[in-house]
Design a protein around this ligand. Structure first.
Ligand SMILES: Nc1ncnc2c1ncn2[C@@H]1O[C@H](COP(=O)(O)OP(=O)(O)OP(=O)(O)O)[C@@H](O)[C@H]1O
Ligand SMILES: [Mg+2]
Length: 342
């Protein structure tokens, strides 16, 4: 029987982990369709190039937002193509396990189960992304000792306090790397009178962006639309300006950590201040974010190795023992099982 697939269906990227092979697909969660007949024209990186550049007849879109499906039909199309790509050599349909935000609603859960089956899965299993992230980051949370994982993706932030193989407290907010990009777009429109697109905003963030002052100021020159003249204008942006632009999203992340820690039992809180917070997800690569969280929360913070792939690695590990899990919506039994895996 061919191995099950672990699918991290992220707002920014989709990663598929196949048993014995590792990550076999890593593509942007984007597709482009012909508006007239609904036919898919491109997916993944090819479709990503089209974002914001399509003529009226084509629409390029992201079918997952804030960690959950926002466009059912488009998500099914994209996932069908991705599963087909990695299962081209198989005769039987694969079993699939997806990571989901800890506070996913029943409706959102149902949509993912349906999409998984419609896209070619034989059985669909769900698990909280934050648990998968912890397993993928190699965190041992089987003992009665509190561990904190914060997964910062493109569209969402998932925080979990883990102990005894399960989640004690969790929170999920729709703030992620894309919120930093949007903050930068708003800042430049308001303070510099230029309008830039989302892709350029992301490039600036990755190239020179920071949430705490860098030891050496960095600069980048970009082109945007001049809001006064409506023509293109050159604009030099400094890393300190990005820190101002990112303040609002940074503050939301800090608020969320505080709100979860306030609900955490004192015994676990003591463990957590010892073991620290582990960051996973591509969003945690924002320059200075680990130190920023450390300064505001007062607990040491570290970034997991290969942080963007932790959820996929964890799902891959879980995919190896699906025989002990129940397919469908998340059950308590499943959490117990994790005790044996971590
Ligand atoms: N070097 C970097 N500096 C800052 N941000 C980065 C860097 N590399 C990647 N990112 C950001 O990480 C985000 C994507 O992270 P990730 O791939 O973990 O998201 P995702 O799993 O697709 O989304 P989600 O988990 O929210 O559904 C993007 O917003 C991207 O801009
Ligand atoms: Mg993610």
């Amino acid at each position: 029987m061919p191995g099950a697939l672990g699918i991290d269906l992220g707002s920014s990227s989709t990663r598929i982990f196949e048993k014995r092979k590792g990550i076999v697909l890593r593509e942007p969660t984007v597709l482009a369709v012909d508006r007239e007949n609904g036919r898919m024209i491109a997916i993944g990186s090819q479709a990503e190039q089209m974002l914001g550049r399509t003529p009226g007849s084509i629409s390029a879109l992201k079918p997952v937002k804030g960690g959950v499906i926002s466009d059912y039909e488009m998500c099914r199309e994209m996932l069908t193509a991705y599963i087909k790509k990695v299962c081209a050599h198989r005769l039987a349909k694969p079993e699939v396990i997806f990571g989901v935000p800890a506070c996913i609603t029943q409706l959102e859960e149902r949509a993912l189960l349906d999409v998984g089956c419609a896209a070619g899965a034989r059985k669909v299993f769900l698990v909280e992304s934050v648990l998968a992230a912890a397993i993928g980051a190699g965190i041992d949370f089987a003992k009665p000792e509190g561990k904190v994982v914060l997964d910062i993706g493109g569209g969402s932030c998932d925080l979990g306090i883990l102990s005894l193989g399960g989640i004690v407290e969790s929170e999920s907010i729709k703030i992620g790397g894309e919120s930093f990009d949007e903050g930068l777009i708003r800042y430049l429109r308001k303070n510099r009178g230029i309008l830039i697109g989302k892709r350029i905003a992301e490039e600036i963030k990755i190239e020179i962006g920071c949430i705490l002052p860098r030891p050496e100021e960095k600069k980048i020159c970009v082109q945007g639309r001049d809001l006064k003249g409506s023509y293109l204008a050159d604009c030099e942006i400094t890393s300190s300006e990005t820190a101002l632009a990112f303040e609002e999203s940074g503050a939301r992340i800090i608020e969320t950590i505080h709100s979860v820690l306030e609900k955490t039992p004192p015994e676990l809180l003591a463990d957590v201040s010892q073991s620290g917070i582990t960051l996973t997800g591509g969003g945690s690569l924002l320059w200075g974010l680990d130190e920023y969280i450390h300064r505001h929360i007062g607990i040491k913070v570290s970034i997991a190795d290969d942080c963007s792939s932790c959820v996929a690695f964890g799902l891959g590990k879980l995919a190896e023992s699906l025989q002990n899990m129940q397919p469908g919506a998340i059950h308590l039994e499943r959490k117990k099982l994790l005790l044996h895996l971590s």
